[in-house]
Write a protein that binds this ligand. Structure first.
Ligand SMILES: C[S@@+](CC[C@H](N)C(=O)[O-])C[C@H]1O[C@@H](n2cnc3c(N)ncnc32)[C@H](O)[C@@H]1O
Length: 232
């Protein structure tokens, strides 16, 4: 059965497309970058990590290899079918309630920039709800010029090109972003809704849900370690 697409999201190219327009076969091909190192450096060894929006396990697998105990959540069963070495949970992040807590909750892949403010609030509440005493939330934000440095492209050493073709304002602070991934034998596209957040807007969104920035983990401030406000 074809899943219902999220409003304003679509994808083209071979294989299954998820409700947010991602292609399962594309994510199987994308190499993992520095993300697992950033995560590993910010959390205790062997931590129990709840990863929200894991996809096929691009980051999950690298974190399993580093000795973390991973629970991977995604609303696409087709994505989760490719995850190895981790518990998997299928469903929307914004409504997740496992009745248990984790040392670390990971909200990567710019999910915090979802165009739908209610979905963002739901996702951040999910992070807080699943956080153990003394735990932290790791969030990956967009780069600061993500919506303005357009069009742009990057050719990966693995032999494919990623292109942000256009970013069109839809009103109410939300943009429609159109991306292309070009491989020698296949091309995928994704159109999705994203809300740019300045540092101030991002920190205010966290505060709304009782979180605060503990520290920015990378110089570009794209990776953030957040903790509950109640913790001094
Ligand atoms: C851009 S992909 C990134 C996957 C993975 N984090 C990675 O870096 O390879 C986003 C993933 O999040 C999932 N996703 C997006 N929004 C979601 C939501 N609200 N609830 C559950 N899964 C979601 C999609 O199905 C997709 O697998």
């Amino acid at each position: 059965m074809k899943p219902t697409m999220r409003e304003g999201h679509e994808g083209t190219g071979p294989g299954v497309i998820t409700p947010d327009g991602c292609a399962v076969e594309l994510y199987e091909r994308l190499p993992v970058g520095e993300e697992p190192d950033v995560v590993a450096a910010a959390v205790p060894a062997g931590a129990r990590i709840l990863e929200l929006g894991s996809g096929v396990g691009r980051m999950t697998h690298a974190l399993v290899e580093r000795g973390f105990e991973m629970t991977a959540v995604d609303e696409s069963a087709e994505m989760l079918r490719r995850v190895r070495g981790a518990r998997t949970i299928c469903g929307p992040v914004e409504r997740l309630d496992l009745g248990e807590t984790f040392d670390v909750v990971l909200l990567a892949s710019f999910l915090v920039h979802t165009g739908d403010t209610e979905v963002r609030r739901g996702m951040l509440r999910t992070c807080v709800r699943h956080l153990a005493e003394g735990g932290c939330v790791l969030i990956q934000r967009e780069g600061e010029d993500y919506h303005t440095d357009v069009p742009r492209e990057r050719t990966d050493p693995a032999g494919f090109t990623v292109r942000i073709v256009s970013v069109e304002p839809l009103g109410d602070g939300v943009d429609s972003v159109h991306a292309e991934y070009v491989f020698p034998d296949a091309t995928w596209t994704q159109t999705f809704r994203a809300r740019p957040l300045t540092r101030e807007q991002f920190e205010a969104a966290l505060a709304e849900e009782g979180l605060r920035v503990d520290r920015y983990l990378t110089e570009d401030r794209m990776w953030v370690r957040a903790v509950p406000v109640s913790r001094g």
